[in-house]
Design a protein around this ligand. Structure first.
Ligand code: NDP
Length: 483
């Protein structure tokens, strides 16, 4: 299998290589086979990327928003036409099954490009009357933005960050996770084909140090990171030193609360989606499934039946429903959480072992009788491991659901509409669902509270994170000076 790109980086409108950078081997998670060999960005590559972004940004910001939008819309169209080819590459890069990557990853990225293409021309300032005088405001671009991505949705993340950045007149230098570097390079190619001027979207590869060099550069006005809480803390602090804007999309340990009046089949299906989609490597996953005591055993029985029927295997086979984890490191981490849960006394309901040989597979795994203090209930696993906890009352479950440093997402299943809204109102989370889970349309703002992040991606909310306001006071009378 070969997924070798033309070169490691994409700078100023073209592929760029510098073999002096440390080696990055890209592996297909279903087999461990090396499918591409890249190099980390050297200081010279990083400098070229930032310099070209800085150079290109002013003219881009000066264009009419509708013209910028047209370029982004063309990019969305190209992504849709090439959907099958791009999905295959995403599957090779991440190991996620093709039945997911065909509908979720690039299509969601195309939605973001289309959405912000349309939003840019309608984003305006305001006029504030002051009697004789008035103030008007202008929403201006920030300048050069840095995007740093995680490995779970590499192409979607690249699109979700670049779409609003570019739509509002910024340039972006993007660093993918070193584990999944391929999709962002394709996006850079597609932007050029769509007519984006060179330098406005650059991709540089590398590990944390490359990200660190970007975040601290004086030319950078904003940093948007998708990653873990510890990385977020480092990047946020580094950005703060230069008074840069930030968006932080970080991890979670989100509650999914199932009351005894909920549709059992829907709640089971949602809990599975909330833990097994992308082999559980989704930041907003509902990994603490609180089930009301009366329905617990029925819930677990149906959950086990449906989980045991999940088809694992070759991610390129359209029948495969669950693929491997992204890396050997992640596999070892997830297996350690499984062993830790058994050791701490959680009841294994199904799964718990490695999946098909040769790749980094873990079976869909469910633990019941999980207590709040167990590691499995406190830490983000980022694998297909569901923790089921039981509860009796609404007040109790709300308090327990909120008793965490995280606040990315939350869900509630109930037939009682009043209770649904009351519980969601009391939960400390940025992105919530009632009788649904993990649906993230681009129209809806996405992000977390508490340690799960700062700022929002998508929706109208993203406008304020990629623009800044200039207030202009217009005096229409004589200057009233007391001197
Ligand atoms: P990491 O936090 O390990 O890495 C995120 C990115 O930051 C990577 O590109 C990484 O480079 C880079 N990085 C690491 N250190 C630094 C540094 N000091 N300065 C600048 N950049 C740095 O996360 P993972 O890639 O392991 O992704 C999983 C995490 O992402 C989970 O915690 C998950 O919850 C979160 N996530 C959050 C989402 C959200 O929207 N809220 C969505 C998806 C994932 P490299 O890894 O190449 O070394």
């Amino acid at each position: 299998m070969n997924a070798q790109p033309k070169a490691s980086h994409f700078v100023d409108g073209a592929y760029v290589e510098d073999t002096a950078g440390a080696l990055i081997e890209v592996m297909y998670p279903a087999t461990g086979e090396v499918i591409a060999t890249l190099h980390e960005a050297t200081p010279a590559v990083i400098e070229a990327a930032l310099a070209s972004a800085k150079r290109a940004q002013g003219a881009w910001a000066a264009m009419r928003p509708v013209e910028r939008g047209r370029v982004l819309r063309r990019a969305a169209d190209i992504i849709r036409v090439r959907g099958a080819e791009l999905a295959r590459l995403e599957t090779l890069d991440t190991g996620k099954p093709i039945q997911e990557t065909v509908v979720a990853d690039w299509p969601s990225g195309a939605d973001a490009l289309e959405y912000f293409a349309g939003l840019a021309p309608t984003t305006t300032g305001e006029t504030i009357p002051l009697g004789r005088d008035f103030v008007y405001t202008i929403r201006e671009a920030l300048g050069v933005c840095v995007g740093i991505g995680a490995w779970n949705y590499p192409s979607q993340i690249a699109c979700w960050k670049s779409a609003p950045a570019l739509a509002f007149g910024n340039a972006m230098v993007f660093k993918p996770s070193e584990v999944t570097p391929l999709g962002a390079l394709k996006l850079a190619e597609i932007f050029i084909e769509a007519g984006l001027p060179a330098g406005l979207f650059n991709v540089v590869q590398g590990r944390g140090a490359v990200g660190g060099a970007l975040v601290t550069d004086a030319r950078v006005a904003k940093v948007s990171l998708t990653g873990s809480v510890p990385t977020g803390q480092k990047v946020y602090a580094a950005a703060a030193a230069g008074m840069r804007h930030v968006t932080m999309e970080l991890g979670g340990k989100s509650p999914l609360i199932v009351f005894d009046d909920a549709s059992l089949e829907d709640a089971v299906g949602a809990a599975m989606l909330a833990n097994f989609y992308s082999a559980g490597q989704v930041c907003s996953n509902g990994t603490r499934v609180f089930v009301q005591k009366g329905i617990k055993e029925r819930f677990l029985q149906r959950l086990a039946e449906r989980s045991n029927a999940i088809v694992m295997g070759d991610p390129l086979d359209e029948a495969t429903q669950m693929g491997p984890l992204v890396s050997k490191v992640q596999l070892d981490k997830v297996l350690a959480y499984v062993q830790g849960a058994v050791a701490q006394g959680a009841r294994l309901v199904c799964g718990g072992a490695q999946g098909p040989k040769g790749g980094w597979f873990v079976q869909p795994t469910v633990f019941a009788d999980v207590a709040d203090g167990m590691t499995l209930a406190c830490e983000e696993v980022f694998g297909p491991v569901m923790a089921v906890l039981d509860f009796e009352s609404e007040a109790e479950v709300v308090a327990r659901a909120n008793d965490t440093q995280f606040g990315l997402a939350a869900g509630v299943f109930t037939a009682d509409l009043t209770r649904a809204h009351r519980v969601i109102g009391a939960l400390q989370a940025g992105t919530c669902w009632i009788n649904a889970y993990n649906l993230t349309p681009v129209e809806s703002p996405f992000g977390g509270v508490k340690a799960s992040g700062v700022g929002r991606e998508n929706g109208h909310a993203a406008v304020q994170h990629y623009t800044q306001i200039k207030s202009v006071y217009v005096g229409l009378g004589p200057v009233d000076a007391p001197y």
